[in-house]
Design a protein around this ligand. Structure first.
Ligand code: NAI
Length: 281
């Protein structure tokens, strides 16, 4: 009789650091990676959400801890790596999901979302471009782009010291590829993440570290809540998405899982888009 081999979990024995792991895509990655056997460090600015996510996942039998992280801080990124190694013994995987869509964005703050949507709608294209204040530009670049660099550097240094290789997944966006009204700082930051990913892949390949980016389309998270709820906008947007729906965070996490796993052993420096076909036109 043919024996049915027990399926190995795809990330057995691996330790993963997930920045922005308290909500949305980061949380889905933390959950999916833990389900596949990884020990997971959730790192996020929001302590309550991060702690509660870690408690929930531990309650399901997974090895998960939370650390406070401001993605823009070199010291916090280094401390997150130190915490991963101290508690779980090593670090092989990184997902950089910490991100903001506009300066001052706080995940889950609905009142703030509405204010921003009204502000964006009130000015013309040229004015919005020519007069974008630096206080709306710099924080987005700091979190999305510099934050990604700092996490990749801190985790990459640990992976090189371990000489065990590793896999890094950055979360860019289709905004890195197509200009969209009202998203100057965000789109430029994500285009930067894409080039950063390629540079990191080229620089770290000799160390056995693969670095890939994911370009999500519209995914149902706190970040897109305002788009989902504003009158008229969802219908117009849906016409541009051939699959006629937003994606779920888990659908991005499944892609991150593939890129993190050995199944993607010859994939590096790649941007994988998951957008329901949005980018096809
Ligand atoms: P989210 O708001 O649900 O999650 C973002 C997480 O990042 C939150 O937990 C937040 O607290 C954390 N964060 C923000 N600033 C931080 C900082 N300075 N330090 C540490 N953590 C910080 O949003 P979502 O959608 O899950 O976003 C995750 C990533 O995916 C972001 O980089 C976003 O730009 C990207 N993305 C999202 C898309 C979407 O449609 N939701 C589409 C394309 C990209």
């Amino acid at each position: 009789m043919r024996e049915i081999a027990k399926r190995m979990a795809r990330l057995d024995g691996k330790v993963a650091l997930i920045t922005g792991g308290a909500n949305g895509i980061g949380l889905a990655c933390a959950t999916r990676f833990a389900e596949e056997g990884a020990s997971v460090v959730i790192a996020d600015l929001l302590d309550d959400a991060g702690e509660s996510a870690a408690v929930d996942l531990r309650g399901e039998g997974h090895r998960v801890m939370f650390v406070h992280l401001d993605a823009t801080s070199t010291a916090d990124n280094e401390a997150a790596v130190v915490a991963a190694v101290a508690d779980f013994g090593s670090l092989e995987l990184l997902v950089t999901a910490a991100g903001i869509s506009f300066a001052g964005y706080t995940s889950g703050d609905r009142a703030q979302e509405r204010q921003m949507a009204q502000l964006g709608a009130s000015v013309g294209l040229a004015t919005a471009f020519l007069h974008l204040p630096s206080e709306q530009w710099q924080p987005v670049l700091d979190v999305n782009l510099t934050g990604t660099l700092l996490a990749v550097q801190a985790a990459g240094r640990q992976m090189v010291a371990q000489a065990s290789g590793g896999s890094i997944v950055t979360i860019a966006s289709i905004a890195a590829l197509v200009p969209e009204v009202g998203t100057l700082a965000y789109s430029v930051s994500k285009a930067g993440v894409w080039m950063l990913t390629k540079m990191a892949a080229m620089s770290l390949a000799s160390e056995g570290i693969r670095v890939n980016a994911i370009g999500p389309g519209f995914i149902e998270t706190n970040m897109t809540h305002i788009i989902q709820t504003l009158p008229e906008r969802p219908d117009k947007l849906m016409e541009q998405i051939p699959m006629r729906r937003f994606g779920q965070p888990r659908e991005i996490a499944d892609l991150a899982l593939f890129l993190a796993s050995d199944e993607a052993s010859y994939v590096t420096g790649e941007l994988m888009v998951a957008d329901g076909g949005f980018y096809t036109h």
